[in-house]
Design a protein. Structure first.
Length: 308
């Protein structure tokens, strides 16, 4: 049971009591809940399993296991940081994305379910073309942890992926993630400010750029504002700075019929649509809704006749 309104939180075990898994979880649930963590019980279990180096199931199988002093100290530091707002994924150091295990830290944005939806949209639309004999040249702009680039490399075996980021730390982490998932031979990593060092033409360009408008920053969860890198989410005054640059330059890096896929802010659909139309370089423009019913992804197809 949770702590009722007006009731006192359950005390820590006294000097004569032992810190069992059951008792630790019950106390931690209330501690995290009072700190504003919504899924307090779940996160308490995940962090305790991480501190003990076991699967969550083990907590249920052995609820009377007594924690050692070292385990208690390790767990205490984790829940302290979580209550202070550090995201769960950074504390665990890992996140799952499209079947990949990706390392994450405060140099990269934590991959979201909406970005998995973007990858799924690409896979659905590419169909047989994406799994055929012809090699596909793919460019992932602002790769961060490498989530999109590595998922496409894994699920489109004939794809040759170039993953770009302006952050050396992010690129190092993305390269590590490629090695961890056995994909280092399929992805090339490039330090570049969007297209500044990119060469060649691509069949597919995809980006999840920073798109949060300055006026929206105050509405972001504390975890994002204080811990995730602003470079990855701050889109400038209107949230369109990065999107403008990508849309303006993309036609000259796409082959005729090549596709541009973007993740965008929920209220940006019409503005981004106008930016794409203003280039005069695209057909097949469509904005797609995410599972929450919000405009979230855009696809545009480069016209056949275009000079750069």
């Amino acid at each position: 049971m949770g702590v009722r309104m007006g009731s006192k939180p359950k005390p820590k075990p006294g000097a004569g009591e032992e810190w069992t898994v059951r008792r630790v979880l019950e106390w931690t649930k209330g501690y995290l809940r009072r700190g504003g963590v919504k899924q307090a019980r779940f996160e308490a279990e995940v962090l305790l399993a991480h501190a003990l180096g076991v699967e969550r199931l083990e907590l249920y199988l052995h609820p009377e296991r007594v924690l050692t002093a070292e385990e208690r100290a390790r767990f205490r530091e984790l829940i302290k940081q979580r209550r202070e707002g550090k995201p769960l994924q950074y504390l665990l150091g890992e996140v799952e994305f499209m079947g990949l295990k990706l390392r994450v830290n405060e140099q990269v944005l934590i991959p979201r379910p909406e970005t998995e939806e973007l990858v799924e949209l690409i896979l659905k639309e590419m169909g047989d073309e994406g799994r055929g004999e012809r090699e596909l040249e793919v460019l992932d702009l602002g790769t961060g942890s490498g989530a999109i680039a590595l998922a496409l490399a894994k699920l489109l075996p004939r794809a040759r992926v170039t993953a770009v980021d302006i952050s050396p730390g992010a690129l190092r982490l993305a390269e590590e993630n490629a090695k961890r998932n056995g994909l280092e031979g399929q992805v090339r990593f490039l330090l570049s400010d969007w297209f500044s060092r990119v060469e060649g033409e691509f069949d597919l360009i995809v980006a999840n750029p920073p798109y949060v408008a300055r006026e929206e920053v105050k509405t972001l969860p504390r975890e994002v504002r204080e811990h995730e890198p602003p470079l990855a989410w701050d889109g400038g005054r209107e949230g369109l700075e990065a999107l403008r640059r990508i849309i303006a330059a993309a036609p000259c890096y796409l082959r005729p019929g090549g596709r541009l896929y973007l993740e965008i802010g929920a209220a940006q659909g019409e503005k981004v649509r106008r930016l794409v139309l203003a280039t005069g370089a695209f057909d097949g423009l469509e904005v797609f809704l995410d599972l929450g019913g919000r405009e979230r992804h855009l696809r545009a197809i480069r016209k056949a006749r275009l000079s750069c």
